[in-house]
Design a protein around this ligand. Structure first.
Ligand code: LLP
Length: 421
């Protein structure tokens, strides 16, 4: 469920007509709903009610400061994967003890920054990383709280580019070697082992792979405790999928996910952390774009939009499906027309959808890409020197630009021409 609905024939974001925002900021732009973001965080929080838990929002999905401040105020923790994301978390007001640091290759500089600024835990992904963190912690006279991310060798049954839990993937430590690695970690004076971490992939639409992974983590936890480790915390990662295509069966709900977690793991008495990103932000955002031209090709019509692959990369990168809807609600009985929906970038990959049925559209009309709040703005680039597009946050009948569009001078002035040229 989200808060982008037609009212009086016009798509609204909460109580704000989308064309009003378009008139104020120009297209294309991202638009997020405070109510949907809030609702999705609460769904997870409530799904784990009754167990000690922290929902750590994976900010890689959408790291705008306003979104982060909202999450921080709701009591969320946050999952970061770079020094930049750590700085964003701190700037948005997350206390260090609610920041979890994940990522395959944390640098010493990133470790130093997080240890100095405050951190809930590092999720370690390899032995070399473990040794580096030990050294950094000792040099700062600190002890770093850590989990070790295990790779459970489970098929997440999702797109190959976002599956992370198979043995051939670069993530974590093979679960078969986990006891050995935990023993090494426990022997290092700069580290304090607090738990086990796992994350098997993103956009999972079935609970079974999660269940398999969590069962393996439960077994490992018992073995580690028998080895004398204090395992107080389980970080179960993110990955619960969202319905991109309305005709498909809906993925499991957070409450079903939470019930499964409790069934599989409650007996261990650990604090549970989860790291959802997409489910919190995905359907809380749309990308609004204007039609520049409608071009008739050989046997097909192209809808040429002012948004392009640099603004929303997912279709080009993963062949991802995003629902595209006209901002003006089509009247009853309007015949659909198949369009190839494309952007102006000079690549065939800059195609959002082929032969997508839409009501007849004309230059100047507005369309909205649904489910664009996660992995949209954060993956954008300025390819073709197209400025990063604005982000807008709506709350009830108010809206605010939460990232403005840079002008061409700002972009050009980031380059420097060497004096010797
Ligand atoms: N925790 C870790 C360690 C992760 O690597 C990820 C996502 C998450 C949590 C959040 O997963 P989520 O709940 O959002 O599924 N750019 C891709 C998605 C990449 C996901 C990477 N890791 C896309 O647009 O589909």
């Amino acid at each position: 469920m989200d808060h982008f609905l037609y009212r009086n024939g016009v798509l609204h974001a909460e109580d704000v007509p989308v064309p009003r925002i378009a008139a104020a900021v120009g297209t294309p732009f991202y638009c997020y709903s405070t109510a949907t973001l809030t609702r999705h965080f609460r769904l997870f929080d409530e799904a784990l009610a009754g167990t000690d838990h922290l929902v750590c929002y994976a900010m890689k999905a959408n790291s705008n400061q306003a979104v982060l401040r909202l999450m921080a105020d709701l009591g969320a923790g946050v999952d970061v994967v770079s020094g930049g994301e750590y700085a964003r978390a701190v700037a948005a007001g997350f206390p260090g003890d609610r920041i979890v640091f994940s990522g395959v290759g944390k640098t010493r500089a990133e470790m130093r920054a997080a240890l100095s600024g405050g951190i809930r835990q590092f999720n370690l992904e390899s032995e070399p990383e473990m040794l580096a963190l030990n050294e950094v912690a000792l040099s700062l006279d600190k002890v770093a709280p850590v989990t070790v991310r295990v790779n459970p060798d489970v098929d997440a049954k999702t797109h190959e580019k976002i599956a992370t839990g198979k043995a051939e993937n670069k993530f974590g430590i093979p679960i078969a070697r986990a006891r050995e690695v935990f023993a090494e970690a426990a022997a290092l004076p700069g580290l304090r082992v607090v738990g086990v971490d796992v994350h098997i992939g993103s956009q999972l639409t079935d609970l079974e792979p999660f269940r398999q992974a969590y069962r393996k983590v439960a077994g490992l936890t018992e073995a580690l405790r028998a080895d004398g480790h204090r395992i107080d915390r389980l970080d179960l990662g993110g990955g619960l999928g969202i319905p991109y295509e309305r005709s498909n069966t809906a993925p499991p709900l957070p409450v079903e996910y939470g019930d499964m977690i409790k069934r599989e793991l409650a007996g261990l008495g650990c604090e549970i952390e989860i790291e959802p990103g997409r489910l919190i932000a995905g359907n809380a955002g749309i990308l609004v774009s204007g039609v520049i031209y409608v071009k008739s090709g050989e046997g097909r019509d192209f809808l040429i939009l002012d948004a392009a692959m640099n603004d929303l990369l997912r279709p080009a990168m993963y062949g991802a499906y995003h629902d595209i809807v006209p901002v003006a609600e089509p009247g009853p009985g309007v015949d659909q027309h198949p369009y190839d929906v494309v952007g102006p970038v000079c690549e065939t990959g800059d195609t959002f959808a082929r032969q997508r049925d839409l009501p007849p559209l004309a230059a100047g009309d507005l369309v909205a890409f649904r489910s664009a709040g996660a992995y949209g703005a954060v993956m954008a680039s300025e390819y073709n020197t197209r400025p990063l597009i604005p982000e807008v946050l709506v709350k009830d009948d108010q809206f605010a630009v939460i990232r403005r569009r840079p002008d061409f001078d700002e972009i050009i002035n980031r380059d420097t021409i060497p004096p010797w040229l």
